[in-house]
Design a protein around this ligand. Sequence first.
Ligand SMILES: Cc1cc2nc3c(=O)[nH]c(=O)nc-3n(C[C@H](O)[C@H](O)[C@H](O)COP(=O)(O)OP(=O)(O)OC[C@H]3O[C@@H](n4cnc5c(N)ncnc54)[C@H](O)[C@@H]3O)c2cc1C
Length: 398
Amino acid sequence: MLGRLAGVAGLALLLLAAALSARVPGVDLPFGGLTKLWRTHHLLGAGSLLLLLIHPLLLAFAASAWGQGLAFDTLFPPLADRATWAGWLALLLMMTFLAPSFAFFGAPNYERWKRVHALAGPAVILALIHTFLFSRTMPGPTDTIIWSLFALLGVGAVGWRLVFSRRIGRLPYTITRVDAVADGIAELSLRPEKTHLAYSAGNFVYLTPLDPGLAAGHREEHPYTLSSSPLEPELRIAIKALGDASRAIQTIPVGTPVTVEGPYGRFFPTDARVTTPELWVAGGVGITPFLARMRHLRALGERGDIHLVYGVQDESRTVYGEELRQLAAEIPGCALTFHYYFQEGPVTAAFLATACPDLARRDVYICGPLALNQLIRDHVRKAGVSADRIHSEEFELL
Ligand SMILES: Cc1cc2nc3c(=O)[nH]c(=O)nc-3n(C[C@H](O)[C@H](O)[C@H](O)COP(=O)(O)OP(=O)(O)OC[C@H]3O[C@@H](n4cnc5c(N)ncnc54)[C@H](O)[C@@H]3O)c2cc1C
């Protein structure tokens, strides 16, 4: 019974994980944004793998009460037993496509990881064949109905991702400007060719450049935060050269067609007005969601109660330094402090307390490298900010 329950629960978790992979804009909001939704997806996947590994072991253990031969036959029946072998194949594929997601195997190459992850499709189908051939736990067609509904959810989500989202979810845009805003960072401006994306400051999109001449990244979708105000007629995206695709895009020609899918994420809880006192901490290119919000506040003529601490390596590497100073001067109730890592070292609790003495009464928003995120979390927690008032956006999905 436990063996069968492990199988049922494992497949249910696998299909729910598949359903979450649909990436339909807006569905990520109840999860607190797409990066947090992916975390739930990972947990469901890992839980499913664990249960499905236990499933055959428990069945064989139960059969061993009647002798080791039966235990062996339960695990490895004759080849004609398609149901069992479909199950084994599904499990094998699952171990293959999930293995690179575990930190144990080191940091994966994203594109290779994505290709291996595509084995999830056949694994799910084989697991469903296994279950449909074996289902006999509940009376009448109940098993079939329940699994069909789950299957519809999982397979429908994957179908949406691979077919429909490419046709109707991606909006066509054209690159109208490429500005080098700092060494290794380019800001792209994108003109809508059909509908303009509706989004909030702090949202991100998946950008797919369509230029076979690119050294890397042609037809590859990558997530980037929108740095423009939602009121602007064009989208703006600031891209730091971190790997092959983001490096190649630095010199993408004006006039290149791209597609944009989204919006995703829920960094800021409200659309426009700042209603609570806030401390914003940005590191490097992590300034983009804050820049979008400041551009939006200024365009609306809104005020804020904001203190932005912007950490960069040194003054020469400050992105948007002049514009940020100007925005802070023009938005009433907005203060700005720079932190230079090469001169001052990591941000200390004392630095934060001096820059923003009333930080304990503020909600905290952090966007930057993981190390900065963790450091600031520790400082503000110790200063008395509760965990539910600390919000962060990570630029990493794996
Ligand atoms: C929510 C979010 C918002 C982001 N906003 C910005 C931004 O405003 N500006 C900016 O410069 N960068 C942003 N990034 C980071 C950006 O997506 C990566 O730097 C870029 O995808 C790197 O691709 P690459 O091929 O150049 O580098 P690689 O060397 O291939 O990858 C470097 C790392 O980037 C991530 N990555 C690579 N390819 C993808 C992909 N297709 N999808 C998801 N992650 C991938 C992986 O974690 C990988 O380890 C954001 C990331 C996320 C998740």
